[in-house]
Design a protein around this ligand. Structure first.
Ligand code: GUN
Ligand code: ZN
Length: 435
C-alpha cells in the first residue's frame, strides 16, 4: 500500500451523458475540492473542508491555486507513426495517404526509430492531458512493441494495434492475410491485458485489406476476450465510392465490416462522416463506437460529422484527434473545432457535453467507463490539473466569466497544451509544465 496523497483545487467530473439526463445531473463540481489518491486509484472525492478532517495524520496535501482538476482526456482515435507528418499540406484523404502517410510509415520497420517516435508521441499526449488513447501503429509489429514498451514504462492505460494492410498500398508497407493474423496474435499474447495495456485488431480501412484479411481480422477479434477492433469508416466520398467498387457484393461500407465479423462491442470506427441511418442503426444495436475527429475532418475536407444523428441511433461516440490528419494533440482544440463543426450545421455543442465527450463519453465508447473517464472512488487515478492562468488571454478572459459553464467554454476555445499544468496517470505525475 502506498501512502495516500490529496490534491486540493476546484474539481469537475462527469457522471452521465448530458444528452441522457439534465445538464445539472450530468456532472459533479466542487469549488474547493479534494481528491484523495491511494495505490494509483481514486480513494475519495469531495469538499476539501469535509474531507480534510477524515485524512490520516501526515497525509500530504498538494494545493493548486487558480486551477481545475478534471479526469484525463480520452482520445478514441490517433496514429502514433504520423506524429512527424502532422500538418502536411494540400490533399484530401486518398492522395494524402499516398503522398505523405505511406512514405512516413515505412520507417517504422526500424524498432529504434519507432521507439523514438513513440516517446515523442506519448510525451505530447501527456502534455495535452490525454491519459488514454486508442492508437494505430504501422504495419510493422516492431512499431507496436515499441509503443507498448514506452506506454508500459509510464503505466498508462493505452490501446494499440498493428495495422493490417495486404493490398492497395506500396509493397514496402503490406503484410499478407496470414502474416498479419500471425503477427497480431503474437502481439496480443505479449501485450493484451498486460498492466493497463489492451490490444486492438487494426485493419487500416476496407480498401487496403482483401476479403481474406478482413475475415481473419474478424476471427481474431472474436478469439480473445475484451479485444478491440479499430478501423476507419465513411470518412471521404471518394473513399466510399472506392469501397463500393472493391466490394460489389456488399451493401455499402459498413456492411463490408459487418460481413467479416468486425462490428460489435469494443469496435471503434473513426470518422463516420457520411453514414446513412441504417448504418447508424446497425452500429447502435451492435454496441459499436464512432470516433468524432473534428480537426481531421476539417483539415482533410472530409465533411461535417452529424453528432446528434449518430448518437440518436444509440451509437457510442468518443472524441478523436486523428493526428496526423488531425492538426492538434489537444482535446481542448478538438472541442473548439467540434463546436464549429456543429455551428456549420446550425447546431450547438454545450460545454458540459463537450467535457463529457472528452472524458466519460470517450471511456464509454471504449468500454472503459468502469475504470477511467471520471473521478469516482475505485477508478484509476488518471487526472489533470488545468491552469486558469495558462496564458495572459485565458487569465483575462476567465476573470470576466460568471459561471463554470462560461469558464469551461472559454478554456475549450482558447486552451491547448499550455492549459495543462500537470498530468497524473495511475496516481503518478507524468507531466508537469515548466513554471
Ligand atoms: N483512412 C485510412 N488510413 C487513414 C489514415 O491514416 N488517416 C485517416 N484520417 N484516414 C485513413
Ligand atoms: Zn485515422
Amino acid at each position: 500500500m502506498s501512502q495516500a496523497k490529496a490534491y486540493r483545487a476546484a474539481l469537475l467530473h462527469c457522471l452521465a451523458d448530458p444528452s441522457q439526463v439534465s445538464v445539472e445531473q450530468s456532472y459533479e463540481y466542487f469549488e474547493d475540492g479534494l481528491l484523495v489518491v491511494e495505490d494509483g486509484k481514486i480513494a475519495h472525492i469531495g469538499n476539501a473542508t469535509d474531507l480534510l478532517q477524515t485524512l490520516p495524520a501526515g497525509t500530504e496535501v498538494i494545493e493548486y491555486k487558480n486551477a481545475l482538476i478534471t479526469p484525463g482526456f480520452v482520445d478514441t482515435h490517433i496514429h502514433y507513426p504520423q506524429t512527424g507528418m502532422i500538418a502536411s499540406y494540400g490533399e484530401q484523404l486518398l492522395d494524402w495517404l499516398n503522398t505523405y502517410t505511406f512514405p512516413t510509415e515505412r520507417a517504422f520497420s526500424d524498432k529504434a526509430h519507432a521507439s523514438e517516435v513513440a516517446e515523442v508521441f506519448l510525451r505530447e499526449l501527456l502534455r495535452n492531458g490525454t491519459t488514454t488513447a486508442l492508437v494505430f501503429g504501422s504495419v510493422h509489429k516492431e512499431s507496436v512493441d515499441a509503443f507498448f514498451e514506452q506506454a508500459e514504462k509510464l503505466d498508462l492505460r493505452m490501446i494499440a494495434g498493428k495495422v493490417l494492410m495486404d493490398r492497395n498500398a506500396p509493397d514496402y508497407l503490406t503484410d499478407t492475410a496470414d502474416s498479419g493474423y500471425a503477427d497480431s496474435k503474437e502481439l496480443i499474447e505479449r501485450w493484451h491485458g498486460k498492466g493497463r495495456l489492451h490490444y486492438a485488431v487494426t485493419p487500416r480501412f476496407a480498401p487496403t485489406s482483401t476479403p481474406e484479411q478482413l475475415a481473419l481480422a474478424g476471427k481474431l477479434y472474436k478469439e480473445y476476450p475484451d479485444l478491440y477492433m479499430h478501423t476507419h469508416l465513411s470518412e471521404n466520398r471518394k473513399e466510399i465510392e472506392w469501397v463500393r467498387e472493391l466490394f460489389p457484393e456488399q451493401n455499402g461500407y459498413l456492411d463490408v465490416y459487418d460481413h467479416h465479423g468486425l462490428i460489435g462491442a469494443r469496435s471503434v470506427f473513426a470518422h463516420g462522416v457520411h453514414l446513412c441511418d441504417d448504418e447508424c442503426k446497425r452500429l447502435g444495436e451492435t454496441g459499436s463506437a464512432v470516433a468524432f475527429c473534428p480537426t481531421s475532418n476539417l483539415f482533410l475536407g472530409s465533411g461535417l460529422f452529424d453528432l446528434e444523428n449518430v448518437e440518436g441511433h444509440g451509437v457510442r461516440v468518443g472524441l478523436g484527434t486523428d493526428v496526423g490528419a488531425g492538426t492538434s494533440f489537444s482535446q481542448l482544440q478538438s472541442l473548439n473545432e467540434a463546436y464549429k463543426v456543429m455551428q456549420l450545421q446550425g447546431k450547438k455543442l454545450d460545454p458540459f457535453k463537450s467535457i463529457y465527450l472528452a472524458t466519460l463519453g470517450g471511456a464509454r465508447a471504449l468500454y472503459l467507463d468502469d475504470r477511467i473517464g471520471n473521478l469516482q472512488p475505485g477508478k484509476d487515478a488518471d487526472f489533470i490539473v488545468i491552469d486558469y492562468k495558462a496564458t495572459p488571454l485565458i487569465d483575462y478572459r476567465l476573470k470576466q466569466a460568471n459561471s463554470l459553464e462560461e469558464r469551461l467554454f472559454a478554456l475549450m476555445m482558447l486552451g491547448d497544451d499550455r492549459a495543462v499544468k500537470e498530468t497524473f496517470a495511475a496516481g503518478r505525475s507524468v507531466h508537469r509544465k515548466a513554471d
